[in-house]
Each structure stands twice: as structure tokens, then as C-alpha cells.
Write a protein that binds this ligand. Sequence first.
Ligand code: PMP
Length: 380
Amino acid sequence: MSPTPATFSSPTAPSSYAWEATDEQVAARYGIPLAEVARFDLNTSPSPPELAVRLLAGGDYGRQLSEYPPSDYRRLVEAAASRYGVGADEVLVGAGADEIIDLIAKAFLPPGGAAVIPTPSYAMYLVDTEQRGATVRSVPRLGAADGFAMDVAAVRAAGRGANIVWLCSPNNPTGLPEPDGAIEALLHGLLVDATESGVEPPAVVLDEAYAEFVGQSLVDLRVGYPRFIVIRTASKAYALAGLRVGFALARPEIIARMAPYRPPGSVSVPSVAIVTEALLDDAVLAENLERVVRERARLASALGSSGWSVGPSVTNFLLVDFGTPAHAGVVAEHLLRRGLVPRTFGRGHPLAHCLRITVRDIDENDRLIEAAGSFGEARS
Ligand code: PMP
């Protein structure tokens, strides 16, 4: 097997998550009305399900609002278990997938430990690993021509003696899933290596924040790889990011190991009630998926017609390659001046020459298409 091309970063100064400017900041900086700011940077869905709006407006929470949510989130846990096809003792609730990532790091990553990240991926794996005082083993992904797939052999090699391997499929920000069989092959390799050296295999975390968009989950792999943890969220396909609800799905003993790190009531009473109903309602998901698939194709094709190099995506966002960081920066500024906020990648990031664009609703997408079309004119 080839030696690990991993790089090791110092945990002494934890990285922090870098957001784009807020609506208010964009409006003030570019002198545009607040209502005209459109978020293409957050991979959220533009409008919440009608069911959620109705429950929030008319929900009779009464006395419940002065009380804490049920300490075991029982109805929410049961709804998640039935939606994701696992047992109720295989679900842990958190305030968004972000809190779940934090809980996993606390439960499985000791100070001085190590975590593997196929890079680029979602920024919080790095942030939480560094916050634990653990070492990041960053393994570069293959290139665009290979769908930004992880390098299975290199991730396996880096996984030797590591505490956690952070996987994300479909991956943010590259927009594609790992190839069929890749994650299974990695788990098999990690088990073989751990058995050979007589150590526990690393916990493997598979962040499936965007799994609904491909209609496929690998949660069943927990049967053969006991330290396998899947992350799900209400933020993306369910269009409920503002409610802050996410889940860990894993074998009961893994959930039990994480549970002591869970704050007693980080998910609010309305969030518990609304996400429970949304998970039980097939229409909520179906409507949003239909919109995303339709608008993704239209947006990708229209941006392509303006000369933008749009990568393939199975998710609710597109990765657009502008060749150089400088060109990506100029395009970002052109969009921001129109109140359209793209996701940029900072200097030194492997995708600094790209922008990530969320698929929004028809009106907002039309504004972006118009801005892409006017880019050449604006420059000439
Ligand atoms: N994981 C991935 C891959 C994400 O893209 C995001 C949101 N950008 C999250 C987790 C966080 O999701 P949540 O809103 O559930 O905290």
C-alpha cells in the first residue's frame, strides 16, 4: 500500500468556522434593500414546508413554552427512527447536525488523538477536531475528473491508529457522493488493519446531511462495522434549518457512549414538535426534492450558457469553477453588488478558484442567471 499522503496540522490554535456576510452586512455594504439579499451560500432551501409554517403560527404550545422539552425527545426520536429505518435506541437528537458533530468529537476524540478528513469537506470536522486538541490527518481527495472521490487507500492508511474518520457523502462542497462500494471497502480495510494490530478500529462518521437528494443511505453498514455513525439533519431536504434539529444514527452502544455529552434540552419545544410532524409526512420531503431537482437542472444549464463551468451535483448546490481565485473573487463581488451571496473559499483552500451556489427558488435563481449573463457586459 502507498504511504499516507496525509498532512498534519497543529492543534494549538483551533480554526473557526467562517461565514459569509450577514443579510444586514451585505445590504449596508452594497446599499441594497435588506429584502433583496438572497442567500446562495448556505445550502438551505428557500421556503419552509407549509406544514411547518402552519404549526408554528397555529401550534397550541400553551404551557409547554414555559417548560423544557421532554428529556428523551421521545416522539421526535420515534419519528426519526421510523423515517431512517433504525431502532429508537439507535437515535441521538441534537441541535442540528453541527451539535451532533460536536458530541461525536467529545465522545470519541481524546485530546492528543487523531482524526482523518478527506479534504475538502465540511469545515466543522476540522474545527471540532482542533477544538478537542486532537491532530487532523488531512487526506486530499481525487480531482474533479474523478468526482472528488476520497482516496480510499490513503484514507485507510491514515486511519491506522486514528480515533475518528470523518466522511461526508454526498460531499459538501463538491456535490457528489462517494462511488458505489467505496465506503464499504474503506470500512472493511479499517477492520482488517485494526484486527491485525490488535487495536480498536476508528469510529467512522458518515455525514449524510444531503442523503435525501440521492434517496440512499448507508446506515445499514453499522451492522458490520459497529463503530459506524451516520449523521442526518432537518436543515437541508426538509427545509427546516432554522429549527436546528439533527440526528446521530448508530448502534445502541455507540449512542449510549455519546448520550452523556448531550446537553439536557438544546432543541426547543416548537422545533421538537414541528420536525416530528415533518418527518412523519412524506409530502414535505417529496415537494422540496421535486423543486430542487427541477431548479438545479434549470440553473446549471442557464449558468452553463453564460460560460460558467458548473460541476455535476446530486445535491441542492452547485460548484462552479472559475479557474483562478482572483476570477472567483471578481465574480463573487459582481454577485454581491446585486445582493446575491455566493459561498467563497478562503485563500489557500483547495477550491479557492470556485464558488458554491445553492439552488434557490425560481425568482432568486432567475436573478442569479441574469447576473451571470450580465457579467461579461459589466466587465467590458
Ligand atoms: N453537515 C454538512 C455536510 C453540512 O453541509 C451542514 C450545513 N451546512 C451541516 C452538517 C450542518 O447542518 P445543521 O444545520 O443540521 O447543523
